[in-house]
Design a protein around this ligand. Structure first.
Ligand code: ADP
Ligand code: MG
Length: 616
């Protein structure tokens, strides 16, 4: 697992499904700074776009999405660590305007057109691009390189999803020193916010309703120790689903009321989606909102309106599901709701009034905590955890953090029975050892299959990996051996088995069977990430040079319009100047074809002309 590079700064990154946020602990100021991006926004869309000219990440990508839907990738976190044939991937694919295909080992890949060529990317690569954007935002703010980060993931992210997140960091050379659960990070932020009145044990319920995911976590804070008592969640419940509900509603309304069919028209759907998202946000404080999309389809300007009541009606089952999940979380942790001291709202969708009302009713009218900025709390907490992992930082709030595993982990035993070594909600890191016996006489090897999940039937759970150890000499049935599970702070599992009689041991870190990237693939991606970065830089250099060109042409033209300058130039000089200007204008007209060298030459000539003119 990653270790820190060069004792350097560690930042906190909330790598969200729809929005990401980066924060840093400023020890000189004794506080966390949420770092604004180049547009001045505290959160950055988790969105990457490819065009004929360039690659765009964040706001720039999201802004051009309606005109380039097929090549604008969002929601990629949903693909992380999953197979193409996963039913959730198949379901999502139907709603996405970009193309997803099966790659090697059934790993999903997005397909885009970049600079006129078809390109395929794994989810880890797209995530790495978003991480690199967050890294760049932090570097610009701190004025120095940033190489280490704590990155948050949803509480129910399994082994392969956590590893895929770490791989995304590797691709761009960002050292992910720790993965923590998003609700845990939010609880850290909350505890810091309230640190003065945190006396005795407090039970905190973190309700994180974001763009693509919904997580509930129950934590107890006692003194300086955070303990996650339990988690529950739904990987497919968030603001995006609410947007989709609104879209379905309006697609139907357009069909019946306006006799306009837009399903299958990806440009129209994308524009409808942006309009729905805006309307949804508006309905969090207004009781009715108007929607307008000019030219939704050719020659048709669309106007509609929706009330908050209607909005609630079409989404009520999603909202109620949130409360059911809260109930489930409490039941799992065997805690009565009356024992919850604070209910903390996190995630953009937690701003929806109906959601707040249902939650408040469930807790018998209890006031909900909204003091933390819902969009920033996770990154805030990650930055505090990051500071705790940084060397040489003395004044970090001394919090000790304990997380739990979201799934039971075990092995299959005779009759396909799941034998659990580490139960769900066990605190991590943890090591558990258990003895098993062989089932047949003369068995030469033991195959160990490792699963995660809650089903009693082992094969009904998720197979993480398998390996064998040999028994030599062969023994009678009932021969004992030990299996040890070690789960580290990041929730990543290694398993070892030992034949006690012979001392023969085998140890593996579970590299799951779900097609984690091979090291050769990662190496290739590292190379490509460097290449994309340098292409981006080249593009920016070229764009800047062309801007300079434009400015110089403009200045020369205005100077030539001044009689006192014009009259002092010979006609040969004027002819030469006009020729250079013509060349420059041609360059500005066909932006993509120019090479930077030619632009540089032209810039130099323009500078000479300007110097000459200024001297007149
Ligand atoms: P994630 O962490 O999943 O990326 P966030 O916590 O940043 O998500 O929340 C993003 C979601 O919150 C988006 O779906 C967005 O539409 C929704 N959202 C943001 N503000 C509001 C609001 N005022 N009312 C309703 N939904 C909102
Ligand atoms: Mg989030």
């Amino acid at each position: 697992m990653a270790t820190k590079e060069n004792n350097e700064l560690v930042i906190g990154i909330d790598l969200g499904t729809t929005y990401s946020c980066v924060a840093v602990w400023r020890h000189e100021h004794n506080r966390v700074d949420i770092i604004p991006n180049d547009q001045g926004n505290n959160t950055t869309p988790s969105c990457v776009a490819f065009t004929n000219y360039e690659r765009l990440i964040g706001d720039a990508a999201a802004d051009q999405a309606p005109i380039n839907p097929e090549n604008t990738i969002f929601d990629v976190k949903r693909l992380m660590g999953r197979k193409y044939t996963d039913s959730l991937v198949q379901e999502d694919k139907m709603m996405w305007p970009f193309k997803v295909v099966a790659g090697v080992d059934d790993k999903p890949m997005v397909v885009v057109k970049y600079k006129g060529e078809e390109k395929k990317f794994y989810a880890e690569e797209i995530s790495s691009m978003i991480l690199s954007k967050m890294q760049t935002i932090a570097e610009a703010y701190m004025g120095k390189p940033v190489k280490n980060a704590v990155v948050t993931v949803p509480a129910y992210f399994n082994d392969s999803q956590r590893k895929a997140t770490i791989d995304a960091g590797v691709i761009i050379g960002l050292n992910i020193v720790r993965i923590i659960n998003e609700p845990t990070a939010a609880a850290i932020a909350y505890a810091l916010d309230k640190r003065n009145d945190c006396i005795g044990e407090r039970n905190i319920l973190v309700f994180d309703f974001g763009g693509g995911t919904f997580d509930v976590s129950l934590l107890t804070i006692e003194g300086k120790v955070f303990r996650v008592k339990g988690t529950a969640g739904n990987s497919h419940l968030g603001g995006e689903d609410i947007n989709n509900r609104m879209m379905k509603y309006f697609v139907e309304e357009l069909r019946t009321k306006n006799r306009v069919e837009i399903s299958g028209n990806s440009r129209a759907l994308r524009r409808l989606k942006s309009a729905c998202e805006r309307a949804k946000r508006h309905l969090s404080y207004a009781i009715k909102t108007d929607i307008e999309v000019d030219g939704l389809v050719r020659g048709f300007d669309w106007h509609a309106s929706i009330t908050r009541a209607k909005f609630e009606k079409i989404n009520i089952d999603l909202f109620e599901e949130c409360v059911k999940t809260v109930e489930e979380c409490l039941r799992d942790a065997k805690m009565n709701k009356s024992r919850v001291h604070d209910v903390v709202l996190v995630g953009g969708s937690s701003r929806i009034p109906k959601v707040q009302q249902l939650l408040q009713d469930f807790f018998n009218g209890k006031n909900l905590c909204k003091s933390i900025n819902a969009d920033e709390a996770v990154a805030y907490g990650a930055a505090i955890q990051a500071a705790m992992l940084s060397e040489g930082i003395s004044n970090v709030p001394p919090l000790v953090l304990k997380d739990v595993t979201p799934f039971s982990l075990g092995v299959s035993t005779k009759g396909d029975i799941m034998s659990v070594l580490i139960p769900r909600n066990n605190t991590i890191p943890v090591t558990k050892k258990r003895s098993y016996w062989t089932c047949t006489d003369g068995q030469l090897s033991i195959k160990i299959k490792v699963y995660e999940g809650e089903r009693a039937k082992a094969s009904g759970n998720n197979l993480l990996g398998s390996f064998s150890i040999s028994i030599f000499p062969p023994a009678l049935r009932g021969h004992p051996f030990d299996i040890t599970f070690a789960l580290n702070e990041n929730g990543i599992l290694s398993v070892s088995a030992e034949d006690k009689a012979t001392g023969n041991e085998k140890k593996i870190t579970i590299t799951n069977d779900k097609g984690r990237l091979s090291s050769a693939e990662i190496d290739r991606m590292i190379q490509e990430a460097r290449q994309y970065k340098s292409e981006d830089e080249k593009f920016i250099r070229k764009a800047n040079a062309l801007n300079d060109l434009d400015r110089r042409v403009y200045r020369i033209r205005s100077a030539l319009n001044e009689e006192k300058i014009n009259s002092k130039l010979s006609s040969k000089e004027k002819q030469d100047i006009n020729l250079t200007i013509c060349r420059a204008t041609e360059m500005l007209d066909c932006l993509n074809q120019q090479d930077i060298g030619a632009i540089g030459e032209c810039l130099k000539e323009l500078k000479t002309i300007l110097d000459r003119i200024m001297a007149l």
